[in-house]
Design a protein around this ligand. Structure first.
Ligand code: GDP
Ligand code: MG
Length: 163
């Protein structure tokens, strides 16, 4: 029960780094019980006196494009079924890839609200580069560095504001 947020996005954008950051206040309650859930992690985050469940999707990385595709479809399916809010994470260091664009198309058609989170915005140059992500057409866009934590407060305010 409770409000659930799923982090989706192609491998290496920084989903697990954000997941760990969101959970750092409370020690990670990682549920890794069955084979079915082995590729995702569950935890609970606290912010401003509110709690919400977080799902980190896509535990494996493969170099094969068709495996990427399959993984992305699976992630989105899980997220759409289980989450109240989707965080679609992209990576400013690589810019918008074909897979990002494809995933954006799927997510725009979802009935669940989506927040675009542009990650690895570590410095001023990357802040400028990050504006290209507005072209993906999401109303809510947040820029952050999961590694340093910059921008995470604004994102958490937005998430808890939706609970
Ligand atoms: P995932 O595959 O989407 O879960 O991505 P990970 O969280 O495993 O991160 C992939 C790589 O990106 C790791 O080497 C992280 O240290 C790095 N990374 C994550 N967030 C940031 C960030 O904000 N800035 C930078 N420069 N690297 C990051
Ligand atoms: Mg990961």
């Amino acid at each position: 029960a409770g409000f659930t947020v799923a982090i989706v996005g192609r491998p290496n954008v920084g989903k697990s780094t954000l997941f760990n950051r969101l959970l750092e206040q409370r020690k990670a309650i990682v549920d890794d019980v069955s084979g079915v859930t082995r590729d995702r992690q569950y935890g609970v985050a606290d912010w401003n006196g509110k709690s919400f469940n977080v799902i980190d999707t896509g535990g494996f990385v493969s170099r094969s494009e068709d495996v990427f595709e399959r993984e992305i479809r699976k992630q989105v399916k899980i997220a759409m079924e289980e989450a109240n809010l989707l965080l679609f994470m992209c990576d400013v260091a690589t810019g918008i890839t074909d897979l990002d664009a494809e995933m954006a198309d799927i997510l725009r058609r979802s009935s669940k609200p989506v927040i675009l989170v542009v990650n690895k915005v570590d410095n001023a140059t990357r802040q400028l580069e990050a504006t290209e992500f507005y072209s993906l057409g999401f109303e809510k866009v947040f820029f952050m560095s999961s590694m340093s934590g910059s921008g995470s407060g604004e994102l958490l305010d937005e998430i808890t504001g939706q609970i």
